[in-house]
Ligand binder design. Structure first.
Ligand code: SF4
Ligand code: SF4
Length: 529
């Protein structure tokens, strides 16, 4: 690294110049896969870096700690707030309990996540990639460990190129050991979502957990270590489909991290010399601060690139340089293509004419002129984003309404196939059914089963000694399904056809729920009225 290599208009050294070349730049971009060149991102500081720390703490905190949150559902259901109970086929999410037949709620959540990504991408570009994608968050975490052990960029480059020594070996072993521990903890946290967390931790540590738990932790620990520690930016560049998909979602109103060359070019390291020679001078002092902080190893001054995850760390780096130089911040900023194009026109740039930085500055004050276009709320609130938002909110509201209105008892009925009916000695007809009654509450319940729409019909359990009655009573276990066989008897004179529709009604004894299901009563042709 060369220091104090950048001079201002008075010829004073003002900012460090970093000796770096983007590993993946316009000049050297390979058509297909190229062997990885190591990237040693420098620690950035500024508004976006602080925001990223916050998001990282929040997302990692949610991931690692959620399995330990408790939610009292009474004595008959697990008290883990978020849990996927595969053995009993239940999904618990705080006050919500999803049964397998209600998977459409999960499908709804997935659709909301998809539409949400559309919404976010069309407004603020690849914010998901830059701030909340697990790959980004874990790479950030692994970099924290790397910096703590090996130091910032220069120290890491020095250590990397140094011959093997005890110091280097100790640092490398320590770094990889901590990365592996993070991997194991990450895999360990994942399995805690599938069983009672404290119990599973105890069983796991005593080697009494199911083997699938150890296999899952092993796989996730390995992928976290390899993706977060070893492959890093290559996962985004070569493995993830999202950069390709997002290219189709962005439009000229989407915010992306942009190098504003309409004020930055022509870039120069020695402004005084350039001015003395009568050359135009832009704001970019070619210090490479934006390149050295980039975790993807690219140079944002090359323009929009598939590799850019819009983490905005180059904005922080450049803002720091601009502040030191006494220029307005925002040489690299979030901007829309529309605003960028308008500002390029303002700077006189076209296919045949170069940027004239003097056109965007007031000659009297030296400040940027008011005519420069800046991002406004209109970039975010526009028909396309409104449609995405309405679809997203509509699905959410529909799911909330469905959740609040859903019955806590479900009933399903299956007619016996053979025989379809039985003629009894008293002249009546009997049909047999298999009935399933689901108690979707974590507490015992008493329910009655009755027939509606079949005049004079009576019910009996499939027990040979059972007498026909108007309704049957069942005790349901908490959060369980009762399966039973019943007989329905009807007099032939009450039947309108060989195939009569009727309803089976299940009502809870406490009056909180009544559900119905349709069924058919079969009779021989000659017996209908
Ligand atoms: S170019 Fe800037 S925004 Fe894009 S990945 Fe690099 S540092 Fe992040
Ligand atoms: S864009 Fe900013 S950070 Fe990057 S080289 Fe130019 S002045 Fe330095």
């Amino acid at each position: 690294m060369t220091l104090s290599d950048v001079t201002d208009q008075d010829g004073h050294a003002t900012a460090e110049r970093f000796s770096v070349e983007a590993v993946n730049s316009k000049k050297i971009r390979q058509p297909l896969y190229a062997a990885r060149r190591k990237i040693f991102p420098k620690r950035a500081s500024g508004t976006f870096r602080r925001f990223k720390w916050l998001v990282m703490l929040l997302t990692l905190g949610i991931y690692y700690l959620t399995p330990f949150l408790r939610w009292d559902r009474g004595p008959f259901a697990p008290d883990q707030a978020v849990m996927i109970d595969l053995a009993n086929r239940r999904f618990y999410f705080f006050f919500i309990e999803i049964w397998p037949q209600e998977f459409y709620y999960v499908a709804g959540l997935l659709i909301m996540a998809g539409v949400g990504l559309f919404l976010i991408t069309s407004t603020v570009g690849r914010a998901w990639c830059g701030y909340t994608c697990p790959q980004t968050v874990w790479v950030d975490l692994f970099l924290v460990v790397e910096r703590a052990i090996e130091g910032d960029r220069n120290a890491r480059i020095k250590l990397d190129s140094a011959p093997w020594s005890l110091d280097k070996a100790v640092k490398r072993v320590a770094k990889h050991a901590i990365w592996l521990v993070i991997g194991v903890v990450t895999g360990g946290a994942w399995i805690l979502y599938f069983a009672d967390a404290p119990t599973l931790i105890r069983n796991f540590s005593q080697f009494e957990a199911p083997s699938v738990a150890y296999i899952t932790v092993g796989i996730l620990a390995a992928t976290t270590y390899v993706f977060g520690g070893l492959m890093r930016e290559q996962v985004c560049t070569y493995m993830c489909p999202w950069p390709r998909i997002q290219a189709a979602m962005l439009d000229e109103h989407s915010l992306t991290v942009t190098y504003n060359d309409w004020r930055g070019e022509p870039r120069t390291r020695h402004a005084k010399k350039a001015i003395a020679e009568g050359r135009p001078v832009g704001d970019c002092v070619d210090c490479n601060a934006c390149v050295v902080v980039c975790p993807m190893g690219i140079d944002i001054r090359d323009g929009q690139q598939l590799e850019c995850i819009t983490c905005a760390l180059c904005i922080d780096a450049c803002d720091g340089v601009m502040t030191k130089l006494g220029h307005e911040r925002g040489l690299i900023s979030y901007a829309t293509l529309n605003d960028y194009n308008a500002n390029m026109v303002l700077a006189g740039a076209s296919a045949t004419t170069p940027i004239e930085p003097a056109r965007v500055r007031d000659p009297a004050t030296g400040k940027l002129v008011d005519a420069i276009r800046h991002t406004t709320w209109r970039s975010i609130v526009r028909p396309r984003t409104l449609v995405y938002f309405l679809v997203w909110a509509g699905i959410g509201v529909a799911m909330l309404v469905a959740l609040s209105l859903r019955a806590t008892i479900e009933v399903s009925v299956l007619h016996d196939r053979n025989p379809q009916y039985v003629l009894l000695s008293d002249g009546s007809i009997r049909n047999g059914y298999k009935v399933k009654i689901s108690n979707m509450r974590p507490e015992p319940r008493t329910v009655t089963l009755s027939v509606e729409g079949l005049p004079g019909a009576a019910l009996a359990s499939a027990d040979a000694a059972a007498q026909p009655v108007a309704s049957l009573t069942y005790e349901l276990q908490p959060d369980a399904v009762l399966e039973t066989r019943i007989f329905v008897r009807a007099a032939p004179g009450a039947l309108a056809s060989t195939n009569t529709d009727f309803t089976l009604a299940v009502a809870s004894a406490d009056g909180t729920a009544t559900v119905m299901t349709d069924a058919k009563f079969e009779a021989p042709k000659e017996m209908r009225k």
